[in-house]
Design a protein around this ligand. Structure first.
Ligand SMILES: *Cc1c(COP(=O)(O)O)cnc(C)c1O
Length: 370
């Protein structure tokens, strides 16, 4: 009997590099040094080199990375409470939380339903005199930056912040996402393209003031032991996680190429009149954190796939503006595209460890859905 195809087997992902990972963990365990040591320093240096920025600062998770970025803008006097930040309405809630957590106002802008990325043509109408920043989310592993978005930032003096939680390794005209804007937040949640064996995050930037401020905020607001400049928090990256990430970073490009092969197979072979695939752009370098498809009968499709042993997930079933935690915060009637995508999106299994046989099986089952 054929076994089920999981959405993602983290066990297999870890097994792929088991010797290197075990060595790295053992090295830290045996060293007796577990926080703010050489492992962090090495990983930060390698990650900054990889992304193409002067600085990378490790922190506890991706949400904190984004929170510290906006908190730093506030501490440095660049933004203040009540300022507005434009963010895609269909993002994972962490992007929005990072804005509201800082007393800033999240202005939700609809995505392009073909690419699922922030619609460059809907940004300008959302800009007001209080708009200070765009939080550009490279959703599903695809670069969301466009020349037009860059021009809008220049013309309106907006700080471009990237949420690169889903797009480690993605490039735009030779530049990695995470180095395109002024500063970027990264998540190393285990299921991300570059994932730790637990939580982890980082901020990358060329701006020394921002990098220094984030580093201080994530370490209790302290630069010098027992001297506190800001009311920060404890939001550091463990040495063990840094060591594991340093191992997996070396394999990231190869892992992303494997994801791209899976995606290419899906694009070439999924043929079903009830299913729409996102548009592929000619010169994009999508790293396919997820492989989203759209289907009007999404729930039926998901049930059908489940019965045939293919596990899928929805990213995301309830958009931020419809969540209980944000009840009454936005005029919900105006986000029809986001709400439709939440009803129609389904993510297929994709990873660096899914077998060709399983990918073929997924396609066969999908194509047989009526
Ligand atoms: C995963 C994710 C985050 C948050 O990362 P955590 O490490 O889980 O806190 C932020 N933004 C997006 C788009 C994400 O997918």
């Amino acid at each position: 009997m054929k076994t089920d195809i999981p959405f993602l087997s983290l066990k297999d992902v870890t097994i792929k590099y088991t010797d290197e990972i075990h060595n790295a963990v053992k090295r830290v365990v045996d060293s007796g040094w577990y926080l703010q040591g050489e492992e962090n320093a090495h990983f930060e240096q390698h990650y900054a080199e990889y992304i193409g920025t002067k600085y990378a600062v490790g922190c506890a998770n991706g949400l904190d990375a984004l929170i510290w970025i906006y908190r730093a803008y506030i501490e440095l006097g660049i933004m203040q409470e009540g300022d507005e930040v434009i963010v895609p309405a269909n993002t994972y809630i962490a992007s929005v939380l990072a804005i509201t957590e800082n007393g800033l106002k999240a202005v939700l802008v609809e995505p392009d339903p073909n690419t699922l990325e922030l619609d460059e043509n809907k940004i300008e109408e959302a800009i007001t005199s209080r708009t200070k920043s765009i939080l550009l989310v490279h959703l599903y592993g695809r670069c969301a930056y466009t020349e037009k978005i860059g021009e809008l930032c220049v013309n309106y003096g907006l700080h471009l912040v990237e949420d690169n939680a889903q797009a480690h390794g993605c490039t735009y005209r030779g530049k990695r996402t995470g180095s395109i804007g002024e500063v970027a937040g990264h998540s190393f949640y285990p299921g991300k393209n570059l994932g730790a064996l637990g939580d982890g995050g980082a901020v990358t930037t060329d701006n020394k003031e921002l990098a220094d401020c984030v580093r201080i905020l994530a370490n209790y607001g302290s630069q010098k032991k027992y001297v506190f400049k800001y009311c920060g928090r404890n939001s550091r990256l463990d040495e063990i996680q840094a060591a594991v990430l340093d191992v997996k970073l070396r394999h990231l490009d190869e892992d992303n190429r494997l994801r791209q092969r899976v995606a290419a197979y899906y694009y070439d072979n999924i043929r079903n009149p009830y299913i729409t695939l996102p548009t592929r752009l000619p010169d994009e370098n999508n790293v396919y954190h997820l492989f989203p498809i759209l289907c009007e009968h999404r729930d039926n499709l998901q049930r059908y796939l489940q019965e045939k042993g293919v596990h899928t997930l929805i990213h995301y079933p309830i958009p931020p503006h419809l969540q209980e935690c944000y009840a009454g915060q936005w005029d919900c009637a105006s986000l029809p595209i986001t709400e439709r995508l939440a009803m129609q999106e389904l993510s297929l299994p994709i990873s660096q460890v899914i077998t060709g046989e399983d990918v073929k099986q997924v396609v066969e089952v999908i194509n047989s859905f009526r």
